[in-house]
Ligand binder design. Structure first.
Ligand code: NAD
Length: 349
């Protein structure tokens, strides 16, 4: 990928779809997961802050910045559960990578698809380290936009071969089952969450509802289960009953953000949680035994988006699926910005 400083590579939705199909969805998920793993293993290097959230009655708009001192990245993302009823996405996003050295942007991209990929890659990474060895069956509760990505990441990265689907809307379950045909997964549509969770080694909840919901109740969760709670990601928006949290070993991305947004907002701020990056570096133990209940309270952290953008920049080295955007005013004489505007007059004439 050529980078003329004033032309910024831009990946549109169309180009992102084509790039992902070129690479293969499962390969892209595996590659993004390895970029996230590598960045989590150098966690202390990064600037970290809870994301900046602007809340409204129906949703939230958030900015997610971070830097490793060489690159800087941010994502703009929204979360509006009521959008789906109006035919709009619950979550949309775009983001940017920049050079810390010059401050110039080096990549601008759609991130609605990239967020689904990186969220699935992160759930699978957590599951790889926290689920019981030999886990094969996933219960996937909430069969919306994120769901197929979640299923395929679990297949490729964790060896899941069976997915049990449940959604309050059977049309969502039918859509998900249809999209997972021919992927090699055994797909079992279920009519209740209890049925979905039967025999599951791993449960991922990815529902969208702006309330303290109870997708999983205490009696549904037996010993040895690993849970990824993905949809509880905003103040007043949770999925997992508090009693389950009290029985679980809880793993999070960045505690100051998760305590505000995650399912653990239901617990005291002093309740012990473990940081996933420390499990990846081997500094702390993940699963303690086969009977432990492990919970990854995933809210989505800026470093995962940074990793996804790094992956994208590298992937574009071998692909033409991008355009060049004229988005940096960069006159030959850096002080003559005004002269550059005047000179455009003659070109317009
Ligand atoms: P979506 O609106 O496309 O799908 C959500 C699905 O949940 C819908 O099909 C809906 O019918 C279903 N649902 C709602 N209440 C339910 C219930 N009680 N039981 C079962 N199903 C129920 O949304 P999406 O884009 O798939 O996102 C899912 C959730 O994940 C959202 O809450 C979103 O904010 C969150 N999310 C989190 C991350 C992260 O990094 N943690 C990233 C992206 C999205």
């Amino acid at each position: 990928m050529k980078n003329n400083l004033n032309l910024v590579p831009f990946v549109s939705v169309e180009n992102m779809m084509r790039l992902v199909l070129e690479i293969g969805v499962e390969t892209a998920l595996e590659e993004i997961s390895s970029y996230i793993e590598a960045d989590f293993c150098r966690w202390p290097l990064f600037d970290k802050t809870p994301r900046v959230a602007s809340h409204s009655y129906d949703g939230v708009i958030e900015l997610m910045p971070t830097s490793d001192g060489i690159d800087y990245g941010f994502k703009y993302v929204n979360g509006h559960p009521k959008n789906m009823k109006d035919g709009l996405q619950t979550v949309t996003a775009f983001g940017l990578l920049a050079s810390v050295d010059t401050g110039y942007p080096v990549l601008l991209s759609e991130m609605t698809i990239l967020t689904a990929l990186r969220t699935a890659a992160t759930s699978a990474l957590a599951t790889k380290y926290l689920a019981r060895k030999g886990a094969r069956t996933l219960a996937l509760i909430g069969n919306g936009a994120q769901s197929e990505f979640q299923a395929l990441a679990m297949k490729r990265i964790c060896g899941i071969d069976t997915v049990r689907l449940y959604d309050i809307d059977m049309d969502a379950t039918r859509k998900c089952a249809r999209n997972l045909e021919d992927t090699g997964l055994t797909v079992v549509p279920c009519t209740t969450p209890q049925m979905a969770i039967e025999g599951a080694d791993v449960v991922t909840t990815c529902t969208a509802d702006k309330q303290y919901a109870t997708i999983l109740t205490d009696n549904m969760v037996g010993p040895g289960l690993h849970i990824n709670g993905i949809g509880g990601d905003c103040p007043g928006k949770t999925e997992i009953h508090r009693d389950i949290l009290l029985r679980s070993d809880i793993f999070v991305e960045y505690p100051p953000q998760t305590r505000i947004e995650g399912d653990i907002q239901q617990l005291d701020d002093t309740h012990a949680v473990k940081e996933l990056w420390q499990v990846l570096t081997g500094e702390i133990e993940g699963r303690e035994n086969d009977r432990a209940i492990t919970l990854f309270d995933g809210v989505g952290f800026a470093i995962e988006d940074f990793s996804a953008l790094r992956w994208l920049r590298d992937a574009l080295e071998h692909s033409n699926q991008f355009e060049q955007l004229d988005m940096i005013a960069d006159p030959d004489d850096p002080r003559d910005l005004f002269g550059m505007v005047l000179r455009e007059k003659t070109r317009m004439a």
